[in-house]
Design a protein around this ligand. Sequence first.
Ligand code: SF4
Length: 468
Amino acid sequence: MTETNPTFHVLTWGCQMNEDDSEQIALFMEQAGYLATDTVADADVVLLNTCSVRRKPEDKVYSKLGELAEIKHERKRMVIAVCGCMAQAEGQEITRRAPYVDIVVGPGHSSEVPDLVRQVLDGRSNGSRKTTPRMVLDDGSTEAYSVPVRSLGRPSRLRAYVPVMYGCDRFCTYCIVPLTRGRERSRPLEDIVAEVRALAAAGTREITLLGQTVNSYGRRLSGKPGFADLLRAVCAVPGIARVRFTSPHPRGFTREVVAAMADLPQVCEHVHLPLQVADNDLLRRMKRGYTIEQYDDVLQSLRSAIPGVAVTTDLMLGFPGETERQFQNTMDYVEHARFDAAFMFAYSPRQGTKAAAMDGQISRDAKVERLNALIELQNRITTEINQALVGSEQEVLVDGPSVRDTARMTGLTRTFKTTHIEPTPGAEPDLVPKVGGLVRVAIIEGGLTGLVGTIVTDQNAHPVLRRE
Ligand code: SF4
């Protein structure tokens, strides 16, 4: 292609897996000669990478499609593609509600997007006006979902996501993911290590291993490498200073996994341990696969094996039939568990899931009231935990200047807390934290959104680095 090559812009909703998918779509588009733009206004091709986990992101996509319809009315050549989970779940419905959509492509088919766009553009050059939308969707059978083709030509970056497994076999009764992303399948361990090596060579210091139930990695691979083996393999890659993973399932924290986490210095002291609710009847009806007692055993084993570990969670309220008493059980457990932070959501019925057909759907008002009470409780706990860190020292991987105050650098602790670093008055260049540096920071303030600190120096006034 030439400098007149078509331009594209990717819009993303949803989880880290979707963020990674969007990056892959953009890479495949660039490799095919399309040019990335910063705004929809400059784009010939708009790709919407969508999420189906709750109703709200779906509504936002339809609203965005409405805006794009107006633009496309003026710019008839614009190509609109809907990608991701909503494409897989809603397929025909999308083209019924938005007949101007040109392409619908399910997750896991990022590498096919440029070719689909080319087909639409070629069709237009040949004079064809409105054509049938091109659709690439999985048919729902186990075999239909393959491990997606990945591009390793990623740009240099400090932190990177690395998908290690796709799909989910657990079929929680409220969740659409097994229907949109298919059954569980893992990438070969050597492919993952090769990707991590390439990232490290390009300057990446922190990786996050991704999977819907990431710690069940490897179950169907020959030789059955487990998640503990995977952790050991990626931690052995020179240059990778930090390893994170999300989202694990509480049942996947075997003794080997906890031991590997405790042994490996690169594995950060942060676990996202999704709870949802703390009531055994609800957990059974959600088909979560654990009781609250079993969940608590996992939480305690992580806390005793990994000193200072921060634990975050997902909490869902308003599941069908949830009584005030059951909601209170969740509140009581949240008070007991003292999570560092939580993603808190009201249950949202997803068509095709078992829970959507259950009796006892909770009213919107009751959900809002419960959500507000839960947020208030968790916010208090998060604030207390972060305030208690005042006086401690934390390792921070420096991301760059703070968005709100460019005089401060900002980064993440190993425990996943955003930390702003106060400039040291009259500091020598050595004392100015560098992007990508690992520095020790003395915490002087803690609050709901994170920490504030100053650089710790040695007797020669040099910053103390934990690992370089
Ligand atoms: S474990 Fe449950 S909530 Fe998580 S992706 Fe699988 S089905 Fe969905």
